[in-house]
Design a protein around this ligand. Structure first.
Ligand code: SF4
Ligand code: SF4
Length: 486
């Protein structure tokens, strides 16, 4: 029988002004889950407050944080040294939180006089939204809720569920907008912590925004961006020579060819940060990547999908797919986290899509010189959660800086149309990110998404660099050292 050490947050509002972590050692069976550990601790310390009911992942009452991540205690395997805290909601005692306000915000069916039962296709559409067990894991981590009046992910899930139900008579859209529909940054964190795998951003938030669009309720700034895309094929106006004007066709690597890929540059790197895309190009050439760059590629459509303006999406997708297929490309490389996530998750491409971090790690990079800097790595939501890419950028960064410092994994506020449509929410989130960065005392923040790069740079007192730019700096330092030595 293994012994497990566990630290548990203890807080009694009748006695304590703040919570503390208390350590326990318990004997549990192999494969024990967190709830087994809590039962064992409770035998030693009957004063510990925690909530549970079904023990089978059906009631949602045992949700808590294990090492900072919300999980169901009855499902999650216990590990030695784990730290248990309550969900990030008002604490009533120890691990028990006040679920009342969030549960009260979940809308209910408003039945009309007719008794139209949902048809099969409506039932199928409702299905992915109805398995919520009201554990509030999603609510406890939603960054938008921390800075704005927003009823949160599961309330939006329920609004969309009811919008699909023919028995419901209420127009759900004005209510959803009032409840903060456009404050969501589509960071996807709610989906990733949901024990029922409910894809709230894609299946609820973006769908509600699409209905709002059909009702003429899209935010004016989002409509302006759609207009720019219609007119130019790009989501931002041209202010300088673009990457695609400077580079095109087939670009050969400097040495042996290790991979041949199509290069999807994305609007932000093409028009706002072409220098960064040129840095990436240099890194790729140096590492044996042949690039095929079709000049007719356009915006991936992400700004439209995230804001519910989806009418033009099939045409956009077709144009981009054709640009690469016509050149016989079987792999397309993205360096923008948002474009990569969109191509991987919102398109059905006949080619493989890889992110630049993924590609570089899979072919193995030339070692750069180590720069004398401490760098914090910021996880872009659309890279970490949209594409599941966590380790590769850290691996690359670890080759070129003295120290990689971890930041709390939190959205910077740039995504989901929030930066353009709800700037106050977006700025508040970036302000929090800037504070976290400042606390680390790092020399530089490194990331791998042009939106994060742009947005954090505007708010932080530290310089912000793209991962390929800092890698290139390491290569240049190496070149300078070698030429001195020769
Ligand atoms: S996607 Fe992010 S911001 Fe939107 S509801 Fe989910 S957790 Fe909140
Ligand atoms: S949507 Fe998922 S995470 Fe949110 S309350 Fe429901 S089951 Fe829990």
């Amino acid at each position: 029988m293994p012994q497990i050490k566990v630290k548990i947050y203890r807080f009694d509002p009748s006695k304590d002004t703040e919570g503390t972590l208390r350590e326990y050692t318990v004997d549990v069976a192999d494969g024990a889950r967190v709830l087994h550990v809590l039962h064992a601790v409770h035998e030693q310390d009957p004063d510990l407050a925690y909530r549970y009911c079904c023990g089978t992942g059906q009631c949602g009452s045992c949700a808590l944080q294990v090492n900072g991540v919300p999980v169901l205690a009855c499902f999650h395997e216990a590990t030695d040294g784990m730290v248990l805290r309550p969900l990030n909601l008002p604490v009533q005692k120890d691990l028990v939180v006040d679920m009342g306000p969030a549960l009260a915000s979940i809308a209910s069916l408003v039945p009309g006089p007719g008794r139209d039962l949902p048809r099969k296709r409506e039932i199928d559409a409702i299905k992915p939204l109805r398995s919520c067990i009201e554990c509030l894991a999603c609510v406890s981590i939603c960054p938008a809720m921390e800075v704005a009046e927003f009823t949160g992910p599961t309330a939006m899930r329920q609004e969309m569920r009811l919008a699909l139900d023919p028995r419901d008579t209420r127009d759900r859209i004005p209510q959803a907008i009032q409840e903060g529909l456009f404050t969501c940054t589509t960071c996807q964190y709610c989906w990733k912590v949901c024990p029922k795998d409910i894809q709230i951003p894609g299946k609820a938030i973006e769908k509600l925004r699409a209905i709002a669009n059909r009702q003429g309720l899209t935010l004016p700034r989002h409509q302006e961006i759609a207009q720019i895309i219609r007119e130019t094929g790009r989501s931002v106006p041209r202010t300088q020579p673009t990457f695609l004007e400077q580079v095109g066709g087939t670009i050969e690597p400097y040495g042996e060819v290790k991979a041949t890929v199509g290069f999807f540059v994305g609007c932000m790197y093409n028009l706002r940060l072409p220098r960064t895309a040129l840095d990436a190009l240099e890194v790729l050439r140096r590492n044996g990547v042949r690039l095929i760059i079709p000049p007719e590629q356009i915006c991936c459509g992400s700004p439209l999908i995230r804001t519910g303006q989806v009418a033009a999406i099939p045409e956009i997708q077709e144009k981009n797919i054709r640009a690469f297929v016509s050149r016989g490309v079987d792999t397309v490389l993205t360096m923008c986290a948002g474009c990569g996530s969109t191509l991987k998750n919102d398109y059905r491409t006949p080619f493989r899509v890889v992110d630049i971090n993924e590609l570089l790690c899979s072919i193995g990079i030339e070692m750069p010189d180590i720069l004398p800097v401490r760098a914090a790595y910021h996880d872009p939501c659309h890279l970490l959660r949209g594409q599941g890419i966590r380790d590769q950028p850290r691996q690359i960064l670890g080759t070129v800086v003295n120290e990689v410092v971890e930041l709390p994994v939190k959205c910077c506020g740039a995504g989901g149309g929030t930066r353009s449509g709800m700037p106050q929410v977006s700025h508040a989130l970036a302000g929090k990110k800037a504070e976290e960065i400042s606390k680390t005392g790092v020399d530089v923040v490194v990331t791998s998404c042009p939106f994060c790069e742009f947005h954090i740079r505007e708010h932080s007192d530290r310089p912000v660099q793209n991962i390929t730019s800092i890698l290139l700096e390491g290569y240049r330092a190496k070149d300078a050292r070698c030429s001195k030595e020769n």
